[in-house]
Design a protein around this ligand. Structure first.
Ligand SMILES: Nc1ncnc2c1ncn2[C@@H]1O[C@H](COP(=O)(O)OP(=O)(O)OP(=O)(O)O)[C@@H](O)[C@H]1O
Ligand SMILES: [Mg+2]
Length: 169
């Protein structure tokens, strides 16, 4: 269970979240809707700890994580898939998958990458190509795979997806 209580947060000179409270249960899908610039991304950044609230609290499974590092939140089961087709353009498809698995125990890293390649076989055709050189369909397949891969790697209790429509079908 994720709970925000009277959260205020934003950037240096801009307060974006103003007294936001919400509860999201474990088993289900919750959507945050709002126009461009409304603060959806900012809300998710606060939840995963990229920015910290100036006022208010965030609890996850009963634990106060308001000041917890993003790495701790990931260990607790959160996963965050950022907006857009973010990849390291200079790295190959394989290296991009490996980067996401970095930090996991060695025994799991290989398995996670293999899983992504099995699930998205189109990746195997471009596995050695630099991500920045992929075009059209290959790039989209790579993005779908990375989205899935990122969310899976944290072994999430909760996968936060930006713009599900962009993240894959
Ligand atoms: N890094 C930043 N520094 C300063 N202001 C920012 C930053 N990122 C976003 N903002 C501002 O915060 C407000 C909320 O932006 P945010 O990206 O959270 O909106 P959004 O709902 O995700 O929009 P979109 O639908 O376009 O993705 C906007 O006014 C935006 O200009
Ligand atoms: Mg956004």
């Amino acid at each position: 269970m994720l709970e925000l209580s009277s959260v205020h947060a934003g950037y240096e000179r801009t307060q974006v979240l103003n007294d936001v409270s919400l509860t999201s249960a474990d088993n289900g899908i919750a959507a945050v809707l709002g126009h461009n610039g409304a603060g959806k991304t900012t809300l998710l950044r606060a939840v995963v700890g990229i920015i910290r609230p100036t006022i208010g609290t965030i609890t996850f499974n009963g634990e106060d994580i308001t000041q917890a590092a993003p790495s701790k939140r990931v260990k607790m089961g959160m996963a965050y898939v950022p907006q857009g087709q973010q990849s390291f353009e200079q790295l190959s498809t394989l290296e991009n998958l490996q980067v996401v698995a970095d930090g996991k125990p060695r025994s799991r890293r290989r398995k996670l990458v293999d899983h992504a390649r099995e699930r998205f076989p189109a990746l195997n055709e471009v596995i050695d190509k630099k991500a920045g050189l992929l075009s059209g369909a290959a790039s989209a397949a790579g993005h779908r795979a990375r989205t899935h891969h990122r969310a899976q790697h944290a072994h999430p209790r909760r996968a936060h997806r930006r713009n599900p429509a962009l993240s894959g079908h």
